[in-house]
Design a protein around this ligand. Structure first.
Ligand code: MRU
Length: 357
């Protein structure tokens, strides 16, 4: 992604330090968070300084490399095991988090001494990050073929540059189509409670010059019924082998509405998001986040400061599931870096692949 004349990925590593764009501050401030230990990187994932499945994966991979870089010779194995576990416990739904930590762990397992282990961990983490950039570009190229000139596309949450290191998953086809000269218009669901659509997707689309409008989460049905939406593309945090997909809360209802209105509903994701351990979406853990995210709202005041204000009477309770499951039957196809697949054939993409933990 290009911001203010400079190329960025959402997360990167230099020496033993991890850097990430602080997504909690966008679109109001552009700041880079500096994380000197794996504990700090784990906390940044938990607090959503970085978010979006692929960028969480990249951060977890770099965090796992920090674990290995800080490990002592004596007690190496229990030390890294504990560090990997701390990273694994940060966010439960995004499969790429587990994929990345497992991949670094696997690379380390093949080494013979501490020096080799450190080199292998950093190399694996960098390879994971590069893989996300390449996957996003490939998803973009493939997905753009499904977008016709003058298409109006609905998306939910943020599944762009910020969510998959560069390019993105759901937004990658939009960027590729736009760059190829097709006219596209995006309807971005605001995505309460954290407003990833209004804040992050809107920021990206503005930077890229793609025309768009932010709509309230409950407006999508109206736009669909009016014939104003030609396709829906969303990302995924985890895909079960039967094609059920977990994504940001509110995705499921958009899929049902799309079916009701005969609008194609696509999920875009790299194959690293498929979890061979989940036979259906029922096995995907759904993160429950703090009640405060629903009871408050944050934004920039007229004086330029960022403020959080209450939206409900004091003492209210709230439910805050961060994701929901869209059953495979509502998904037209899944766009991956390996091509476009019907949900019921997604398992063939990971044949032989097993979770290590
Ligand atoms: O809670 P978040 O902001 O991490 O949720 C992000 C999403 O749900 C995205 O749509 C998903 O990660 C796909 S983007 C690669």
């Amino acid at each position: 992604m290009r911001v203010r004349g400079k190329n960025y990925t959402a997360v990167w590593m230099k020496g033993p330090t991890v850097y990430m764009i602080d997504q909690r501050l966008l679109p109001h401030q552009f700041r880079v968070a500096v994380l000197k230990s794996y504990h700090q990187t784990a906390e940044a994932i938990k607090q959503m300084t970085v978010r979006g499945a692929g960028s969480i994966g990249a951060a977890a991979g770099f965090g796992a490399a920090q674990v290995v870089l800080s490990a002592p010779q004596k007690g190496f194995t229990p030390y890294i095991k504990k560090g990997f576990e701390i990273l694994r416990k940060t966010r439960p739904t995004a499969q790429d988090l587990f994929y990345a930590v497992d991949r670094v762990a696997e690379a380390v397992k093949k080494t013979k001494n501490l020096c080799e282990a450190k080199k292998a961990a950093v190399a694996a983490a960098k390879a994971i990050s590069d893989q996300y950039v390449a996957s996003g570009e490939a998803v973009g190229k493939t997905g753009a073929k499904l977008i016709k000139n003058n298409f109006r596309i609905l998306t939910h949450c943020n599944a762009g540059w910020l969510a998959l290191q560069d390019w993105g998953s759901a937004l990658a086809p939009v960027y590729a189509a736009h760059r190829a000269g097709k006219k596209v218009f995006v309807y971005a669901d605001e995505t309460r409670p954290r407003l990833q659509g209004a804040k992050l997707t809107a920021w990206e689309l503005k930077e890229e010059g793609v025309p768009f409008a932010i709509i309230a989460d409950n407006a999508a049905g109206h736009y669909m019924r009016k014939g104003l939406i030609d396709m829906v593309i969303v990302g995924a945090d985890r895909i079960a082998i039967n094609g059920d997909a977990a994504n940001k809360i509110g995705t499921y209802e958009k899929a049902v509405l799309a079916r009701e209105n005969n609008i194609p509903f696509y999920v875009a994701a790299p194959t690293s998001t498929i979890d061979s351990a989940c036979s259906t979406g029922n096995a995907i853990p759904i993160e429950e986040r703090p009640e405060d995210e629903v009871l408050t709202i944050s934004g920039r005041t007229k004086t330029g400061t960022i403020a959080t204000v209450a939206v409900a009477p004091a003492g209210c309770r709230a439910g805050n599931p961060a994701f929901d499951i869209t059953p495979a039957k509502y998904i037209t196809a899944i766009i991956t870096e390996k091509g476009v697949f019907k949900p019921d054939s997604i398992a063939s993409l990971i044949a032989g692949k097993r979770r290590i933990n």
